[in-house]
Ligand binder design. Structure first.
Ligand code: ZN
Length: 692
């Protein structure tokens, strides 16, 4: 289908922003710089894992592109493509745009939205560019193999265009002959043997045995006892070359830790990446949570499960960031006030944790974030038991959010609202993301009954949604994601976003972020709410009508919020849609945000939080799925959204290198451009080879 091809072609106008960390980096001591540098190297050594989790062609193509540009400058390649390859200038530019977007997403599926993108230049041009390169860069691939790889890059046939289980989508977390039902059976065996699926991929051996490949430096094989008919074997050593280098650099970072907690954390990380045991990663996270307010914040491992169609296997993520002291102070005030703010949530004490363990909350300037994309805020670890027993930390990635341009008016908002965005967007982001992470993900209790019969709840508790006594809870070893599976991420994001809307109206919170006057406070609240419903609307981009699937958890969450507000009595949201004119606008009645709007969000929160607390997946699903179903009216709106959409911004990250002359850590920065993104790839992977 021609339209699906043009939808997936690499856009021509992707905005690239260089992450600015120079000032923060310059403020670090020599020791802190060395710690940052080695941790950053460890993080990037794992980055190829992201590519390998996406598609079979992603790591191969990434290696090919890297070596092409490592051996040929952009200028030389351009000249040779034109003269020897007869490639038009415009076609060459399209190729560069493809490579930059590919590298920014660590593969050929967009990190945000999980949809495949293909080169916008012709296949012929791409092959000509590869063939006319003065230095051959085909990585030992034969001409036929290169052609086959290029075919895969352009393949936009059904089942290839988005991530998911076959036949709907594609995924490299599982072998091509592993079905969703197989995975369910394998995961049951893993659960029975107390093995976490987090850092694994599942393949099928020739004899039918399911091989669970566990990421680790050490290689080993172990058959698991199984009560069912499936034979399951653990194969340790997935990505062993990359994991060995991760371990190597974490060891080099060890002498530069700031304290004993960081030392214990790094030692646990090393044990984890050597052995592949999740218990060691959990141990690292206990130390990580206890390492409060570090000057250099880090994280590494298999962290978020957004991209696994089953929602339980995690993507590689490693980051290093420098604390922004001034902005962190505001977040510390938010943490200090948290118990009082949480008491304002609609579900009451029974469904909230007895004690709120005050987490660390810092604003950070990212030095390196090795994964498929960059978030604005993070609340981790995701291990429910550690969150319950020790706590969690929040971070706000200040230089990611700050990489914004207000030159061009946003779509779907009025001129007056655009003025409000320009003046209050940054504050609204700080408030919104701050509440989302700390009071959103950080709130809510899980009712757990342990194997020894003890529980953390009263069995006579009434379910406020039904009025009847509760009939479900979590058993030991069960988590939110193993219960709610594919809905766990969108529903949890929805809960966190709804908390942000619900609590952002509190003047005490707004004052923390410098909004002293009622006028400023109202403007900020307006932008937080408008931003949310607008995201619910334009997020339709991330819904696939063909498969009736949402491809992005946050966008599905925001659509749920939009629908909740639209369906509530006296809706505060108004959408104006004139399909023929391609006109789409969304407004909210500012005067009723704190009344009608607030009431509707409160009701949504009750459903999300109570069903989460008691682990009632059936009730949760029955509530959430209809709200995120897309009817004909919204399918028509989606057409307009697609016509108006603009490509999402991408980041060009800096790189650190040890000076061969002095041994000092140097910061390399690159242009905010397609060429800058490619140059960053070349410089970075010259030092950190792309390994699997
Ligand atoms: Zn979130």
């Amino acid at each position: 289908m021609a339209s699906s091809l043009s939808l997936s072609a690499t856009p021509r106008t992707v905005p690239y922003f260089a992450l600015d960390v120079s000032t923060a980096f310059a403020s670090l001591s020599t020791k802190e710089k060395l710690y940052s540098h080695h941790f950053n190297a460890a993080a990037w050594y794992g980055s190829m894992v992201c590519a390998a989790q996406l598609s079979v062609e992603s790591p191969r193509a990434l290696t090919l592109f890297y070596s092409l540009f490592a051996q040929n400058s952009i200028q030389a390649l351009r000249a040779f493509s034109e003269t020897a390859g007869d490639v038009a200038v415009d076609e060459f530019d399209r190729f560069l745009e493809y490579v930059a977007l590919f590298y920014s997403n660590m593969g050929n599926y967009l990190s945000f939205g999980d949809s495949k993108f293909v080169p916008s230049c012709t296949k012929k041009s791409l092959l000509s560019i590869l063939r006319s390169a003065p230095c051959s860069a085909t990585q030992g691939l034969s001409p036929t193999e290169v052609e086959a790889l290029v075919e895969q890059l352009y393949d936009a046939s059904a089942g290839r265009t988005e991530l998911g289980f076959a036949p709907r989508g594609t995924t490299a977390y599982y072998g091509p002959d592993v079905t969703e039902a197989n995975v369910e059976a394998v995961d049951a065996v893993l659960a029975a043997n107390n093995i976490s699926p987090l850092n694994t991929r599942v393949f099928r051996a020739a004899d039918g045995t399911f091989e669970v490949h566990v990421a680790s430096a050490r290689q080993a094989v172990r058959d698991l006892p199984s009560s069912g008919s499936e034979k399951v074997r653990l194969v340790y050593g997935d990505f062993h070359r990359a994991m060995s280098m991760v371990v190597y650099h974490l060891r080099l970072a060890l002498p530069h830790v700031a304290n004993d907690t960081q030392r214990s954390m790094l030692e646990a990380y090393v044990r984890h990446f050597e052995s592949g045991h999740i218990d060691e990663h959990k141990e690292s996270q206990r130390h990580w949570v206890r390492d409060q307010g570090p000057v250099v914040e880090v994280q590494i491992g298999f962290i978020e499960s957004y991209r696994d169609p089953r929602g339980v296997r995690a993507e590689w993520e490693g980051f290093v960031a420098v604390v922004n002291k001034a902005q962190s102070l505001a977040y510390q005030h938010l943490v200090d006030g948290a118990p009082a703010f949480l008491s304002q949530l609609p579900w009451g004490k029974t469904f909230e944790n007895d004690v709120f363990t005050k987490p660390d909350f810092t604003a950070l300037e990212v030095l390196g974030f090795a994964s498929s994309g960059l978030p604005s805020g993070i609340n981790i670890p995701n291990y429910d038991d550690i969150r319950r027993e020790i706590g969690f930390k929040n971070v706000y990635l200040a230089n990611v959010v700050a990489a914004m341009s207000f030159k061009e008016k946003m779509s779907c908002v009025t001129d007056a609202d655009w003025e409000a965005f320009k003046s209050h967007f940054m504050t609204a982001m700080q408030v919104g993301v701050g509440i989302h992470e700390l009071l959103g993900h950080g709130s809510g209790k899980l009712f757990v009954k342990k194997a020894d019969g003890t529980s953390n709840f009263d069995a006579a508790t009434l379910n406020p949604l039904t009025g009847a006594p509760i009939t479900s809870w979590y058993h030991e070893g069960e988590t939110w994601s193993t219960r709610f599976l594919d809905l766990s991420n969108p529903m949890e994001e929805c809960r966190a976003e709804a908390v942000a809307l619900y609590l952002c109206v509190l003047p005490d919170i707004l004052r923390i972020f410098g909004q002293q006057s009622v006028e400023d406070q109202n403007r900020t609240v307006h932008v937080v709410w408008l931003q949310m419903v607008r995201a619910g609307l334009i997020g339709l981009e991330f819904y696939s009508p063909d498969t009736k699937q949402w491809r992005q958890a946050h966008m599905r969450a925001r659509f749920c919020i939009l629908q909740t507000l639209l369906r509530a009595p006296n809706s505060i949201v108004r959408i104006t849609h004139r399909p023929q004119e391609r006109f789409l606008e969304i407004t909210i009645d500012e005067s009723r945000v704190r009344t009608d709007g607030h009431r509707a969000i409160g009701e949504l929160l009750m459903h999300l939080n109570v069903n989460k607390a008691i682990g009632d997946a059936a009730a949760g699903r029955a509530y959430f799925e209809p709200l995120t179903a897309v009817d004909d009216e919204f399918l028509s709106i989606r057409e307009t959204v697609m016509a108006l959409r603009k490509p999402r911004r991408q980041f060009v990250q800096p790189h650190t290198r040890l000076s061969t002359a002095t041994g000092a850590v140097e910061l390399l920065t690159f242009d905010s451009s397609v060429a800058g993104a490619i140059e960053a790839m070349v410089q970075r992977h010259r030092d950190v080879p792309l390994l699997l």
